[in-house]
Design a protein around this ligand. Structure first.
Ligand code: ADP
Length: 707
């Protein structure tokens, strides 16, 4: 803390050092001595602020000697300075007994002054004493620092905006504003050049109030020496007085309009090409210092970065858009292919699975789930062997491995096993899927249920063996008879020959019947898929067949009854099929009934919806409705109970096989086939020795339409 200093002024001291007559002078002289060693300045004033003393090593920094100050009013040396009034105030404070501080600029030096009261021996304030230290260098350093800091702030703002924003116009606008503020100019404009650098367009600017906007203004670049130089050199260009500069003649009118006197133009460069510029205009003649030009160039560089980023972003965006649409198209295509594949796979009646190379199931279609009775995706990850019954499980996996190793499709038949353990015959096709860029490899395996095929095969085998067996008997008979005639013709009597010929004829008839039966059945099998269904009048049909058998009935002297209604009895189907039913039943009744006995044929209709009329003609196990009923009864030999259950089995003839009555055992099978096809039924009742009654039902055609 500074204490008030007692001092007696000595205006006569030419050196400015007080005489050492008293302790105060002594103190002053000691202080002067100290000050002469320090780089500061000390001075004293009287109460009127007239400088009475000045000393100190710091005086060397000033251009004047102490004598030039002594005797002058403090205001004189500080008058020209802004701080003068503050200095005076602070000295007045010291005259009031307080300590004052202020900064003083004098002779181009800057001083920091502390001022306090100067006391006489009695402790009365007689003036001020001031200590000043030279802070010129410190101030300059501070200003330099502030200048750098300002520029750093400016650059920082522009850089951070430039690096964070893709809005080029916004970045340019901020850059213009910051540059205008930093350089203290009224207008800064940024222009972007066209691709061919034919002309530029002002796209952002900063304008002080009252300035003319340049937004949207076109700046010619060709034949414009200043801009050509800018584009060529890629360096800032500077014109101090545009009115005198030949290089700006072409844009003179623009500059004139904008009242531009001095202009600094910095290029905006993206990837080595000048794509725009920033013009910093001054309305007064102005020199741009090198570091100012560098600063403007640094700002332009940051803006260029933003331009580059934005360009990159635009490219990325369009690239992204292209990619997105590519991905979209590809995805849609894949989706379509996938949907098509799924539709094909699910539309297939075969079970189809995809497996890995080791046989693990990785996908299956709906038909697989249905056929093997798995829930969707339930079979996922199970080994393919699970789908086959031993020993086919091993065969299946071995065949899959062969397909994978050889790259060739394989085929096999297995006994397949469902999830619930039930089995069926399956035809399996295994095709290897080679490993490609997009496919991991494995096999496609299709499994087809061939139970029916197998059954048909079994039936066919049985049929062929039965037919061969049945055909062999009459053929052997015919051959034997013919052979006897041939070998022993001369030795045989006429009666014997006739007997042999009769046997040959019987066997031939049997053979013919057998062949006819087989042909009828196979014809029916073939024909039923293309039979044209039409209205058939059963009355006409039965009457025609009865007429066919009239001669046979008469030959056997049978009592024949035909009981039919007087109106048509309609059903739907093929007349040929219905004729076969009647023919077989009436033929059997005549065949298996001895001469003179009775055969009767009944044709009627029954409506089972009306239960009051139900009787023995009611069809068993048929839905309620209107039915055509046909019945053929005879009082012939009858059928033993053990034969009844087999009557409709192909080639089954029961005890008739041992009789002389010709037959093939196929007639009733055909009748049953036909009735089943037309959703009808047949029933037989028989008492051996009493006779048999065959009754059949067919759905009636009740539509009231004329025939
Ligand atoms: P078949 O050509 O032998 O007559 P069907 O299939 O017509 O063959 O008849 C099968 C068997 O049913 C006959 O062989 C016979 O034993 C018995 N059968 C059929 N109809 C009658 C009937 N009306 N009376 C007695 N037995 C009959």
């Amino acid at each position: 803390m500074l204490l008030p200093i007692g001092l007696e002024s000595d205006p006569n001291s030419s050196s400015g050092v007080p005489s050492s007559k008293n302790p105060v002078d002594l103190a002053t002289s000691q202080l002067s001595l100290i000050m002469s060693r320090l780089p500061g300045i000390m001075w004293t004033t009287d109460k009127d602020l007239i400088i009475t003393h000045m000393s100190g090593a710091g005086l060397n920094l000033l251009n004047r000697t102490p004598q030039e100050y002594i005797g002058r009013h403090l205001a004189e040396i500080t008058e020209s300075q802004n701080l003068s009034s503050i200095g005076i105030t602070e000295h007045l404070k010291a005259l009031d007994g307080k300590i004052g501080h202020y900064e003083l600029a004098v002779d181009r030096r800057e001083l920091e002054v502390t001022v306090q009261s100067l006391l006489d021996e009695q402790g009365q304030i007689i003036g001020c004493v001031a200590f000043a230290i030279d802070i010129t260098n410190q101030k300059e350093a501070e200003r330099a620092l502030a200048y750098i800091s300002d520029r750093m702030i400016l650059l920082n703002r522009v850089i951070s905006l430039a690096s964070s924003s893709l809005n080029v116009h916004k970045v340019l606008e901020v850059a213009c504003q910051e540059l205008a503020q930093t350089f203290g100019v009224p207008q800064v404009a940024a222009a972007l050049f066209d691709k061919n650098r034919f002309e530029g367009e002002v796209v952002a600017e900063y304008l002080a109030p009252g300035c003319v906007s340049a937004l949207g203004m076109k700046i010619p670049l060709r034949d414009n020496p200043l801009n050509e130089e800018l584009i060529r050199s890629k360096n800032p260009v500077f014109v101090k007085d545009v009115s005198k500069e030949i290089t700006v003649q072409d844009v003179q009118s623009i500059l004139h309009e904008r009242k531009t006197v001095s202009i600094l133009i910095v290029p905006l460069t993206v990837r080595g090409e000048v794509v725009g510029s920033i013009g910093i205009d001054s309305h007064t003649p102005r020199d741009f210092l090198q570091d100012e030009i560098e600063l403007a160039a640094a700002v332009a560089l940051s803006v260029s970065q933003a331009l580059d980023n934005s360009l990159l972003h635009q490219q990325l965006e369009s690239q992204n858009e292209r990619l997105a649409s590519l991905v979209e198209n590809r995805t849609a295509e894949l989706q379509r292919v996938n949907e098509r594949m799924t539709a094909i796979l699910n539309g297939s009646s075969d079970a189809i699975i995809f497996t890995h190379n080791d046989g693990t199931i990785r996908n299956a279609n709906e038909a697989f789930d249905l056929l093997f009775r798995y829930a969707p995706d339930e079979a996922f990850s199970s080994p393919i062997e699970n789908l086959a019954e031993p020993p086919f499980d091993q065969l299946l996996i071995d065949t899959l491995r062969t397909a994978v190793q050889t790259g060739e499709a394989q085929r096999l038949t297995i006994m397949a096993r469902r999830k619930d353990g039930t089995t069926f015959d399956a035809d399996v096709a295994l095709a290897p899927v080679p490993v490609t860029q997009n496919v991991s490899g494995g096999t496609v395996c299709s499994l087809r249920d061939i139970t029916q095929l197998k059954e048909v095969e079994r039936l066919k085998d049985r049929f062929v063996s039965t037919v061969s067996h049945e055909l062999r008997t009459p053929i052997t008979g015919i051959l034997l008879g013919a052979n006897s005639l041939h070998q022993h013709y001369a030795r045989l009597s006429d009666t014997q020959r006739l007997e042999i010929i009769r046997r040959i004829l019987d066997q031939s008839t049997s053979l013919a019947e057998l062949i006819e039966g087989i042909l009828s059945l196979s014809r029916f099998d073939l024909q039923r898929h293309r039979t044209e269904v039409m209205r058939v009048d059963m009355l006409q049909t039965v009457e025609a067949i009865v007429e066919e058998f009239r001669p046979a009935i008469q030959n056997k002297h049978l009592v024949f009854e035909l009981d039919t209604p007087s109106k048509p009895i309609l059903t739907r189907g093929s007349r040929l099929d219905f004729s076969r039913i009647w023919r077989n039943l009436i033929d059997n009744a005549i065949k298996y009934t001895d001469e003179g006995k009775k055969v009767s044929v009944v044709l009627t209709m029954i409506d089972t919806t009306d239960s009051s009329h139900l009787d023995e003609l009611t069809p068993p196990d048929l839905p309620v409705g209107v039915y055509v009923v046909g019945r053929v009864s005879d009082s012939g030999r009858g059928i033993p109970a053990e034969d009844l259950v087999h009557l409709f089995t192909r080639f089954y003839r029961g005890n008739a096989a041992q009789s002389n009555i010709p037959g093939s055992g196929l007639g009733l099978s055909l009748v049953k086939e036909i009735l089943t096809y037309y959703r009808g039924k047949i029933d037989v009742k028989s008492e051996p020795g009493q006779g048999s009654t065959f009754t059949f039902w067919l759905p009636a055609d009740t539509e009231e339409q004329p025939l």
